[in-house]
Design a protein around this ligand. Structure first.
Ligand SMILES: Cc1ncc(C[n+]2csc(CCOP(=O)(O)OP(=O)(O)O)c2C)c(N)n1
Length: 287
């Protein structure tokens, strides 16, 4: 069980992750997927710093939990969450992101970064790969879990539902999905294009143990991770995390313009001031 101090520590990590996202977006001369990075910040911090058994000092440990970022365009968010956990140096990411020859591309590459389980970026593939890894682990009688984080827009891909049915049919209790359910796609709101509702019930219909949570409530996310059913059970788990795209920066929240965008100094200063103010409020509430 995460105690108050642990939750506070994780919330502080989430603040640092948002600050680093802004720093990177300011220094990079091109668009960064800030909207979806900000919406999954608490989820990635909770997974990498609390829920998953991973060790930066032993990236191929047989018993490690596996993680695949299925919404691969959120690579920057994953790099930063992993850097805070000790996998990478944030300064390296900042200095080289998106440049020719850099290990840190707009989409994650396993050849460049062996701590990853898979390259991703073409939506709809991460969950199917995670299903394969979970199935293989079962065959080999391994006890680790396989986690994957998918996008709600990504769930428009047919391959997601083929994988959903496969995992439910084979009873892959060692598979844990998380959906960053921010209700936005790249250029529109979900409701205006593909209707995903009733979203959580769709996972239930495919025989997934489905849990809904506020994806920005660190204590609630930890509670869900604490209470995952045993990995040798017969139902995969889907955590439907209700989130806000661009969370934490008022002009980015729910704005289509900030799916991916360039951040200039003026907007950086406003955004950073908002993150700092929220952090100060958090510290005030704890003191
Ligand atoms: C197969 C495929 N089609 C299209 C794209 C382009 N694309 C990148 S992000 C995105 C929207 C994804 O929406 P969602 O999964 O909800 O991500 P989020 O809003 O959390 O960033 C699209 C269509 C892609 N990467 N892969």
């Amino acid at each position: 069980m995460a105690d108050r101090e642990q939750v506070r520590h994780l919330e502080g990590m989430a603040v640092e992750m948002r600050r680093n996202l802004l720093r990177l977006a300011l220094s990079f001369d091109g668009p960064v997927h800030l909207g979806g990075d900000m919406s999954m910040t608490e989820l990635l911090i909770a997974l990498y710093h609390y829920g998953m058994n991973v060790d930066p000092a032993d990236i191929r440990a047989a018993e490690r939990d596996r993680f695949i970022l299925s919404k691969g365009h959120g690579a920057v968010g994953m790099y930063i969450a992993m850097a805070l956990r000790g996998f990478y140096e944030f300064d390296d990411i900042l200095a080289t992101y998106g440049q020719f020859g850099s290990a840190y591309g707009m989409h994650p590459c396993r050849t460049q970064l062996p701590a990853l389980e898979s390259s991703t970026g073409s939506l709809g593939h991460g969950l199917p790969i995670a299903v394969g890894l979970a199935f293989a682990a079962r065959q080999r009688k391994q006890t680790h879990r396989v986690f994957t984080l998918i996008g709600d827009g990504e769930s428009c891909e047919g391959s997601i539902w083929e994988a959903a049915n496969t995992a439910g049919s084979y009873g892959l209790g060692n598979l844990v999905g998380v959906v960053d359910f921010n209700k936005q796609l790249m250029t529109n709101l979900n409701g205006n294009t593909m209707n995903l509702e009733p979203f959580a019930d769709k996972w239930r219909a495919f025989r997934w143990n489905t849990i809904e949570v506020d994806g920005h409530d660190m204590a609630a996310i930890c509670d869900v991770l604490d209470n995952l059913p045993p990995a040798d059970g017969n139902r995969p788990t889907m955590i439907v995390a209700h989130t806000i795209k661009g969370k934490g920066v008022s002009f980015m929240e729910r704005s289509i313009a900030w799916h991916a965008n360039n951040l200039n100094q003026e907007f950086f200063d406003i955004a950073m001031a908002e993150i700092d103010a929220a952090a100060a409020k958090l510290e005030g509430a704890v003191a």
